[in-house]
Unconditional design. Structure first.
Length: 450
């Protein structure tokens, strides 16, 4: 179990600064930061030339467990996450059965306790039918409620489609309400028009014209207006258009925002230029849009209109993906490579390491009010990642850890490599080797932990 470990001479990236120093880990926590003596440590790791980051917190993943474990499960995907430097995640409610009650929510926590190598939490699902049940709960005890992915189960489940349902939920829910923001009526009208013109076998490049900018913009604009009316705590998941970024503020700190948003790594990485090459493999909802959208999203991330980075890691088997347009499932795996992608942007001079840490580590912890995570601070959990910034490698079938066994990034060269990942002080990932000595912990947050 927990060893006393000393990390020596790392470039520590934390809270807007980069400082060379040592970090001592003891009893699962960061015991001391500074210039430290090596004696008494069970193990010393020389981190000269490497950067030490807080573990990445991925606040939107679909690990498919329970019910869809032919695609992925909490063990395989948390393992891939840890190899990529992700130490905590929040999983979405469209597992089977959908996570629509406190009993189902507890089942997922119980499952993760014996399976997940990273720290975990789970959204409670809210669909068109269970709003009254959700509002009868003490919603302040939930990390968040979300409708994400539930629209696959049944038409009409998207909250963004129903002002009445949003009014009711937003007026009364005390937790964060994280929504998938697209107007299904616009998407469906586009689907019909394209089906009529081209038949069933559409090329993937039509996806952003069907799941269009207008569908996203109108949904987000309306949801924000209703949230403002009720002073609700609204979070728009995976923003995809430059146009929507102007609906968010950057003149107040994240802690004071009632309306927040995120961008998923693939919407920063890919654009519509990639559909030709990758086809249905990059079919996501909401869709990957234009190069101008991709650039606009990165710009407003840097300007703090977008608060955090997630992956929306959503694995499917290749058989489920590589079908004709209307049958191909939306979503793809990303959690193992999100840090590598963002570090490539750093290498290109597009983002600083400090900003990357703010958006991938600090801000998810602030937004979801997580206790003692997201920072390199004495007394905090030792969720830490060591990265070699000059260690080239290429994504290939034999280094993909997802249960589904593929990635839209296959063949992509990265210049950086995660070498060590600590979860609660346990060195789980060590230069290609896993030490599976402990499972992750449920993420404490808000009033639950005070
Ligand atoms: Zn999602």
């Amino acid at each position: 179990m927990n060893q006393d470990i000393l990390i020596k001479n790392a470039s520590i990236i934390n809270e807007g600064r980069s400082v060379v120093g040592d970090v001592r880990i003891s009893n699962g926590r960061i015991q001391k930061i500074g210039t430290l003596e090596s004696e008494a440590a069970d193990r010393v790791i020389d981190a000269t030339g490497k950067v030490l980051l807080p573990g990445i917190i991925d606040a939107q993943v679909h690990f498919r467990d329970p019910g869809l474990t032919h695609k992925a499960d909490l063990y395989t995907e948390s393992k891939a996450a840890v190899a990529g430097g992700v130490t905590s995640f929040i999983d979405m409610p469209n597992t089977v059965p959908n996570t629509l009650s406190l009993e189902r929510l507890q089942e997922k926590f119980d499952l993760a306790a014996g399976k997940s190598l990273a720290n975990y939490s789970f959204f409670l699902g809210v669909n068109g039918d269970n709003i009254d049940e959700v509002l009868a709960m003490d919603t302040s005890q939930l990390i968040g409620v979300s409708d994400d992915g539930l629209y696959f189960t049944k038409k009409g489940n998207l909250l963004a489609d129903s002002p009445e349902k949003m009014e009711k939920l937003f007026a009364n829910c005390k937790s964060i309400i994280a929504i998938h923001s697209e107007k299904e009526e616009i998407v469906e009208a586009n689907e019909e028009a394209f089906r009529e013109k081209y038949g069933e076998d559409l090329p993937a490049k039509f996806h952003p014209l069907i799941r269009s900018e207008r569908g996203c913009y109108e949904a987000t604009e309306r949801a924000i207006a209703i949230a403002e009316k009720h002073k609700a705590r609204l979070h728009i998941l995976h923003l995809t258009t430059e146009a929507e970024t102007h609906l968010f503020r950057n003149d107040i700190p994240l802690q004071e925002k009632n309306i927040t948003t995120e961008v998923s790594v693939h919407h920063l990485w890919f654009s519509d230029r990639d559909y030709e090459r990758l086809g249905m493999r990059i079919k996501w909802n909401p869709a990957i849009k234009t190069e101008a959208d991709r650039k606009g999203l990165l710009k407003s991330l840097l300007e703090d209109k977008i608060d955090l980075i997630t992956t929306d890691h959503a694995p499917h088997t290749l058989e489920e993906k590589e079908q004709t347009y209307f049958k191909s499932m939306s979503g793809a795996p990303m959690v193992q490579h999100s840090l590598n992608c963002m570090l490539e942007f750093y290498k290109q001079g597009l983002i600083s390491l400090e900003k990357l840490v703010e958006k991938m580590c600090h801000n998810p912890a602030i937004l979801y009010d997580m206790t003692h995570r997201g920072y390199i601070r004495e007394g905090y959990y030792a969720d830490l990642v060591l990265v070699d910034l000059d260690s080239p490698w290429t994504v290939a079938k034999d280094n993909i850890l997802y249960k589904c066994g593929w990635s839209p990034l296959e063949g992509t060269p990265f210049q950086t490599q995660v070498t060590h990942t600590f979860v609660n002080g346990n060195l789980i990932y060590d230069s290609g080797t896993f030490h599976e000595q402990a499972y992750g912990l449920p993420i404490a947050f808000g009033s639950k932990s005070k």
